[in-house]
Design a protein around this ligand. Structure first.
Ligand SMILES: Cc1cc2nc3c(=O)[nH]c(=O)nc-3n(C[C@H](O)[C@H](O)[C@H](O)COP(=O)(O)OP(=O)(O)OC[C@H]3O[C@@H](n4cnc5c(N)ncnc54)[C@H](O)[C@@H]3O)c2cc1C
Ligand SMILES: NC(=O)c1ccc[n+]([C@@H]2O[C@H](COP(=O)([O-])OP(=O)(O)OC[C@H]3O[C@@H](n4cnc5c(N)ncnc54)[C@H](O)[C@@H]3O)[C@@H](O)[C@H]2O)c1
Length: 514
């Protein structure tokens, strides 16, 4: 694990928040008290939430179900977010998980058509084509449907929805477009926004927001960064037939993931047709006389520059920043971190006892299910007076790249640092589907076992259906499954998943004192 460990206010290491690959247990003993009761009528609401995204909606409706009087405010709807536009559902539903996965599905058909030939299908020549605008229209309709469904959910849960930009005035007051509301507790769930690198030509680039709303599929695109968003969109555009160039600072993509997984994923991305440009820093983006773009990058070592030309788009996928600017938090005395994230304790409570914060804005693990967990914890704390900590142990995650990656628990590097002695089991194979389809893509599976307790402390997979497979194994890891338990399970044949219960030979033993 290369991210420096650093204690946060919650007593959890920063390292363990880098997307669940170094799961730590919360430090005990940070006391919390639920906000003191108020005199009846003193407040308009028991809880006022700013932001109706994943965490805000979940926290609000659970608090309401527990008997609290709850309101939530949200910016007016748009497909692309800004300081004045958002929409009920938030990033995941409108500009993240959902539209991204719809794009993954849409792009996968291209591969399916190709693979079908290997299985004897003849596709009519020239008859297969894709309408980008038809797809974007269908995607937009679905997002609008979901936006309405979320509004209905809030309505059915008796949560008052206020449209407009929320701002904290003081410990118990929220202002939405000039109107003030008094609340016993305030929950900040405003999420984050895509960041742009400060390089010449940054304004010519798109981010994930715009990438989901392009008027046409780019013929040639450069993507900066190699985190979740970069590799997912690289897979999407490449399957749609774009020439995709991914430029990143590290030697392999997906910093923070298990290094064997990174190396294997790197090989598969190349096999899948991506043009990878590792160990480079972006320098500038220019508009060519013909309207296309060019991108100049500089080698991390040696400083040689390379210019990619004739690009239809340059996408920055270089991280997201908490959306806390102008929210009135500093004025209300809330402690903020260096990146603008809200500092909270183990209970998602800020240093101002009536103000709580969850989701991307606290910059722990930026995943929807984590924001949901945090929202439910705060709902219990404030509405049931049951102080509740979110549990960050064994949070699984998946990268919907081509091929998919899924992981739960420790990377080998983090586990070696934590436990010292490990037994590592790995398998690499060509999945049956790819044997006669002609696809070169292989699958990799890895089990990390603490040698002293024989507990499985990490599981990783690169390959088709990794997300679907890993969800079930995450339950086992969270319950403390041992390698012997895995070995005792009968496989489902033929499947890739069965490999996880049939690995009998240790690939290598990692010993602290070897
Ligand atoms: C491209 C992309 C793909 C992703 N894919 C996945 C995935 O596959 N799986 C996964 O688990 N996670 C994924 N994520 C991450 C996931 O979307 C976030 O972790 C999750 O949405 C965080 O929820 P949240 O409630 O903290 O914030 P958000 O969902 O961002 O919600 C915050 C809400 O607050 C509103 N808001 C902001 N400021 C104000 C204000 N002042 N007043 C009123 N309202 C305000 C915003 O408009 C927004 O609706 C993805 C993210 C991106 C960008
Ligand atoms: N499938 C999923 O669950 C999923 C999908 C998308 C996003 N997300 C969440 O959203 C978060 C944000 O995603 P992301 O991909 O934008 O962030 P990220 O932190 O995963 O990746 C950021 C990338 O930008 C690079 N970068 C940062 N600063 C740079 C600089 N100055 N110059 C060059 N490169 C730079 C980093 O090295 C890294 O490759 C993720 O952490 C993840 O938690 C999850």
């Amino acid at each position: 694990m290369q991210v420096a460990a650093k204690l946060t206010a919650s007593g959890l290491t920063r390292q363990c928040f880098r997307a669940a690959r170094m799961p730590c247990r919360p430090r005990r003993g940070l006391a919390t008290r639920v906000a003191a009761s108020a005199a009846p009528g003193e407040y308009d609401f028991d809880l006022f939430t700013i932001g109706a995204g994943s965490g805000g909606v979940r926290g609000s409706r659970f608090a309401s179900a527990y008997g609290a009087k709850v309101a939530v405010c949200e910016l007016p709807f748009d497909y692309v977010s800004s300081d004045t536009k958002g929409g009920v559902g938030g990033t995941c539903v409108l500009r993240g998980c959902v539209p991204k996965k719809l794009m993954v599905y849409a792009s996968e058909y291209a591969e399916e058509f190709k693979a079908a030939a290997g299985f004897g299908w003849t596709l009519p020549t020239g008859a297969i084509s894709h309408s980008w605008t038809a797809f974007i229209d269908a995607k937009r309709k679905e997002l609008l449907r979901l936006n309405n469904a979320y509004k209905n959910t809030l309505n059915n849960a008796k949560v008052t929805l206020v449209e407009g930009r929320g701002k904290v005035v003081d410990a118990h007051t929220v202002e939405v477009d000039g109107k003030r509301y008094r609340a016993k507790n305030i929950l900040i769930a405003v999420g984050g926004k895509p960041t742009r690198l400060n390089i010449p030509g940054a304004e010519l680039c798109i981010t994930s927001d715009e990438a989901l709303e392009l008027p046409a599929c780019p013929k040639k695109i450069a993507i900066l960064g190699s985190g979740y968003i970069a590799v997912e969109f690289a897979g999407i555009f490449s399957r749609f037939g774009s020439e995709v160039h991914t430029c990143f600072r590290q030697p392999t993509p997906l910093r923070g993931f298990d290094s064997e997984v990174r190396k294997f994923a790197n090989e598969q991305y190349v096999a899948a047709g991506l043009h990878l440009h590792p160990s480079v820093n972006p320098v500038s983006v220019q508009r060519q006389p013909d309207g296309k773009l060019s991108l100049t990058v500089k080698a991390v070592e040696g400083g040689a520059t390379t210019t990619l030309t004739d690009l239809d788009q340059v996408m920055m996928a270089t991280g997201r920043a908490p959306k806390t600017q102008g929210l009135g938090l500093e004025e209300a005395g809330v402690t903020m971190g260096a990146k603008g994230e809200i500092v909270v304790n183990d209970f998602c409570r800020t240093n101002v006892p009536s103000i709580w914060a969850i989701g991307d804005v606290i910059d722990r693990i930026q995943l929807t299910p984590v924001a949901l967990m945090e929202g439910m914890a705060v709902a219990k704390s404030v509405a049931l007076s049951q102080p509740t900590k979110p549990d960050y142990w064994a949070v699984p995650s998946a990268v919907f790249s081509n091929p998919e990656i899924a992981t739960v628990g420790y990377t080998e590097e983090a586990a070696a640092a934590e436990f010292g002695d490990l037994d590592i089991f790995t398998a690499s194979f060509k999945p049956m589907r790819n044997t006669i389809s002609g696809s070169p893509i292989r699958t990799f599976m890895k089990v990390v076992v603490d040698a002293n307790t024989q507990k499985v402390v990490g599981m990783h997979m690169v390959g088709a259906d990794a997300a679907e497979i890993m969800q079930g194994f995450a339950v086992a890891v969270k319950m403390g499954v041992t390698k012997a338990d895995l070995d005792s399970v009968v496989g489902i044949h033929p499947s890739a998943a069965e490999e996880f219960v049939t690995m009998r030979t240790v690939t290598r033993k990692v010993r602290r004192n070897a």
